[in-house]
Design a protein around this ligand. Structure first.
Ligand SMILES: Cc1ncc(COP(=O)(O)O)c(C=O)c1O
Length: 375
């Protein structure tokens, strides 16, 4: 028998483990939705919106059908359009930039801070032009962007800040949960997220009642009164079943976040004496550890070694947005954002989820140590 056959595989993510712990609650919540036949929006979604707004400390939460839709609505609500520019990060999931493109505006990339992988406030000022309409940082991997300096720059120039918090439910910036720092904040509830639906889902948060009312209309074909359409809208409604599932899962989120942080701290301890660059929290941050991303120049070999030993891993993200084919027309080239490019070459996401056992964490560390021992 080879070592491979005798060792336990470590999944990159285990959604079944989470579901096992909450299955009875989930079944009851889904049954309620079926009994009500409230399939699109409805009472479960309304309740979840209230609960999630309270959790984040926001006045309004608008449930939608994906994080991408939430970002798109944010751009529409801010009246960003053709010829406008939005300053954002090249090191993120592509949907952050889609929102800007959907309204015909141009993503203007600014390099990341090398330590946190998030938009570097020191570089933002120089990218502002008369066409700039908003600044869109991302709380990448669950680690908040440095919001105070970003907000100061925005205030100086009269620009709204939009948080892409798709990966950062419950992450804290100076002890306050993210999602209410910007004029608008966007969350994704894609199943693998820290707060994940059983399908697609997203939400938009704001303190502004006028924007909230407009967002509610926009997600429902631009109508606040049935069959009367004040502006061209979208079908971005959250499904009733997703609202029900998210309502149950939200009750567990704080516990799951601390369990993720426990896994991250164990990795910190176990991997401290390896040549890997480990993720570090900035002084201002409490990361929600959506991902645990290590860095090394031999990343591709290490990935192969982990996979050969049945340890799941992933790349977030292998190619920064300014070098993606879909954005070739923006005219960026390799070398424009050296920190983002280096991060893309070196990053490797290790398994992390709340239910991850000590044995599995130790197994990941053991396989990594074995890689470096081999030289
Ligand atoms: C940073 C970021 N922004 C936006 C999105 C888009 O969210 P969704 O997949 O729910 O549309 C995601 C999720 O994949 C994300 O990670």
């Amino acid at each position: 028998m080879t070592t491979q056959e005798t060792t336990v595989p470590v999944p990159y993510l285990d959604l079944r483990a989470q579901m096992r712990g909450i299955r009875t609650e989930i079944d009851a919540a889904i049954a309620r939705t079926l009994d009500n036949c409230s399939f699109c929006l409805g009472p479960e979604v309304a309740q979840f919106e209230q609960d999630f707004a309270r959790f984040c400390g926001a006045a309004h939460c608008i449930g939608v059908n994906s994080g991408t839709s939430a970002l798109h609505l944010a751009m529409v609500l801010l009246n960003v359009g053709r010829g406008d520019e939005v300053i954002t990060t090249p090191m993120t999931f592509v949907a952050t930039s889609w929102a800007i493109s959907y309204v015909g505006a141009r993503p203007v990339y600014v390099d990341i801070d090398d330590a946190t992988f998030t938009l570097d406030p020191k570089r933002v000022r120089a990218a502002i032009t008369p066409r700039t309409k908003a600044v869109l940082p991302v709380h990448l991997y669950g680690h908040p962007a440095d919001l105070h300096p970003l907000l100061a720059i925005c205030q100086e120039h009269g620009l709204p800040l939009v948080e892409d918090a798709a990966q950062a439910h419950g992450a804290k910036y100076h002890d306050r949960v993210v999602g209410t720092f910007g004029a608008l904040s966007c969350f994704s509830f894609y199943p693998g997220k820290n707060l994940g639906a059983y399908g697609e889902g997203g939400a938009l948060l704001t303190h502004d009642a006028t924007m909230a009312a407009r967002a509610r209309a926009l997600r429902e074909h631009g109508s606040s009164r049935r069959y009367y359409h004040d502006e061209v809208g979208f079908n971005y409604r959250m499904e009733g079943i997703q609202g029900a599932v998210l309502g149950i899962k939200l009750k567990h989120l704080e516990k799951w976040t601390s369990q993720r942080r426990r896994v991250a701290h164990r990795y910190h301890e176990l991997l401290a004496d390896t040549p890997l660059q480990l993720p570090r929290e900035a002084d201002y941050a409490q990361s929600a550890y959506h991902l645990y991303v290590v860095r090394h120049r031999r990343r591709d070999e290490l990935k192969q070694h982990l996979e050969a030993n049945r340890v799941g891993c992933a790349l977030h993200y292998p190619l920064p947005l300014h070098l993606q084919k879909c954005y070739a027309s923006l005219g960026y080239k390799a070398g424009d954002f050296p920190y983002a490019e280096k991060a893309a070459r070196e990053c490797l996401s290790l398994p992390i989820y709340p239910e991850m056992t000590e044995a599995l964490i130790e197994r990941v560390a053991e396989v990594i140590k074995d890689f470096f021992k081999r030289g």
